[in-house]
Design a protein around this ligand. Structure first.
Ligand code: NAI
Length: 349
């Protein structure tokens, strides 16, 4: 029986919680997609939505993605996501963060938060004053945890290396042309790691100064944001927004590999088929970008140190290989195979 809500992205989520605390300026959504493997873990996003309904859609889609990501990374946690609706000025007060902390606490541990777009480790400290169900707190050197960005970048970098081995038959990124969309925490980190290996880089960011500055530093080229996806590169690495792979952008792709850190890159499931039909090797986003959640979940569970985090991130290429091999054998789209594996792992296969 399909659910009766007019919410196309509702996927039998275990709970969708709406919070409003006018005095503290908080309007938020927490979506718990699955607790099959453990408490629903996933970051909280702080974002201004012209259409507030879109915040619910984002929470639904992102929390499902977290279920898949955490399961595929072998973590003993489920999937959830918080979305805080920012005002136009992105005013973020201690009262608002405290109120969000109380909202999390009211769920009794079914949801564990961390950083996502618009939230910092210091914001996690503020939230932690009201709830213990929070991770991604500042940690000392050598410990697991803290800002997830560098860990995500490391996993994406290793995933790109695996993709160029499989897709291009190359054992090193030296001389391989990688075009990166968005050079923030993840894309910037990936660019630096690839530059160390001698990759050829083309970078784009809506913050043009950021793209030009990094290109100058690393010896790459900066292009306009609307040009990046159709650059004649070996690899396109989306590291900015979701839903950037659609019928039009896929038709315009000139690279044989797409491997990047952005969440929800496929606009619709059919876009995974479109990539496969064009023979483009795709690294499923929720597999390749799991480094950050591995880092903060190990912090939360108190399991292991930074070396353990890096060892677990080192397994991301194996998972990708497994998916690519199965897709090649079954002649299905990579995204179809990955979704099926993830669904099985969360007990919905
Ligand atoms: P960020 O905010 O540090 O960087 C994003 C960059 O993309 C910014 O420099 C921004 O100006 C740029 N950008 C935005 N729209 C753009 C466009 N249309 N074209 C080109 N550039 C554009 O964010 P972060 O942390 O690097 O995240 C990037 C992506 O990776 C997001 O989709 C995020 O959800 C995803 N992600 C991040 C993780 C993390 O640990 N930070 C973990 C897993 C996924």
């Amino acid at each position: 029986m399909t659910a009766p809500w007019k919410l196309p992205d509702f996927d039998d989520h275990e709970g969708v919680h709406l919070f409003r605390d006018a005095a503290a300026g908080l309007t938020a959504v927490i979506a718990v997609h699955s607790t099959h493997l453990g408490p629903a873990a996933g970051g909280a996003r702080f974002w201004h939505y012209a259409d507030p309904e879109q915040a619910i859609t984002d929470a639904l889609r992102l929390s499902r993605g977290m279920s898949f990501k955490n399961a595929m990374a072998g973590l003993p946690v489920g999937g959830g996501k918080g979305v805080i609706l920012a005002d136009r000025d992105y005013a973020k007060t201690p009262e608002l963060l405290a109120s969000f902390g109380r909202a999390i606490e009211s769920l009794g541990g079914r949801y564990v938060t961390a950083e996502d777009v618009g939230m910092s480790d210091l914001d996690m400290v503020a939230i932690a004053r009201e709830t213990r169900y929070v991770t991604g707190l500042p940690v000392g050197a050598g410990a697991a945890g803290g800002n997830p960005g560098p860990s995500t970048a490391l996993g994406v970098y290793l995933g790109i290396k695996a993709a160029i081995a499989r897709g291009l038959g190359k054992t090193s990124p030296a001389g391989v042309h990688v075009a990166i969309q968005g050079v923030g925490a993840v894309g910037g980190g990936v660019a630096r790691l690839l530059a160390q290996d001698g990759a050829k880089l083309t970078l784009a960011d809506v913050d043009a100064a950021r793209a030009h500055g990094l290109a100058a530093e690393l010896g790459g080229t900066a292009v306009a944001p609307d040009a990046i996806l159709s650059v004649e590169a070996d690899v396109i690495s989306p590291c900015a927004l979701g839903a950037i792979l659609d019928e039009t952008s896929i038709a315009a792709l000139k690279a044989p590999v797409v491997a990047g850190g952005a969440n929800n890159q496929l606009k619709t499931p059919e876009d995974g088929d479109r990539l496969a039909a064009r023979g483009i090797l795709y690294a499923p986003d929720y597999v390749i970008n799991a480094g950050g959640i591995i880092n903060v979940v190990l912090e939360y569970l108190g399991q292991g140190d930074r070396a353990e985090v890096e060892a677990r991130i080192g397994h991301i290429p194996e998972r990708l290989e497994q998916i690519w091999a199965e897709a090649a054998e079954s002649r299905e789209a990579v995204s179809t195979v990955a979704d099926r594996m993830a669904m099985r792992l969360i007990g919905r296969g």
